[in-house]
Design a protein. Structure first.
Length: 139
């Protein structure tokens, strides 16, 4: 595990690995790691209210960058657990840090996302409101 303690990652999502996610090397294809991180990112958007905000106002998060470092393979059958924490919050952007573990709690990948709060009505970023910032900071 990296230098972060497990308790710094307040969100956790466990997904079943599907046989169709395997590649010719008999381990999970790298594309699926990105899908797992996407599921964790969407979970963050839901628990913080970012998804509801978008549904009501067409203002919400937009992914601008994502990165994944592969450490160990994942295999079928099995599960992947994605742990997520807020890495930073700036004026209109925020970062998420993900750690992906197999069933034996071995770190298989680490990922980093950057998203901006975006007003899709006017195609511009907006400053993260204080109440949303406080909720995001709990993660």
């Amino acid at each position: 595990m990296s230098s972060e303690k497990a308790d710094e990652f307040k969100l956790s999502l466990t997904l079943r690995i599907d046989w169709s996610e395997m590649d010719t090397y008999n381990h999970v294809n790298n594309v699926n790691f990105m899908k797992y991180m996407q599921s964790a990112r969407v979970q963050f958007w839901q628990v913080t209210g970012l998804q509801d905000m978008y549904n009501k106002t067409k203002k919400g998060p937009m992914l601008v960058s994502t990165k994944c470092d592969f450490k160990n393979p994942l295999f079928f059958p099995g599960n992947v657990t994605i742990k997520t924490r807020v890495e930073f919050i700036k004026n209109s952007s925020f970062g998420l840090h993900h750690q992906l573990f197999n069933d034996d709690n071995v770190l298989c990948a680490e990922g980093h996302d950057v998203a901006v709060c975006f007003d899709f009505n006017i195609d511009k970023t907006f400053i993260i409101p204080e109440d949303l910032r406080q909720v995001m900071n709990t993660y």
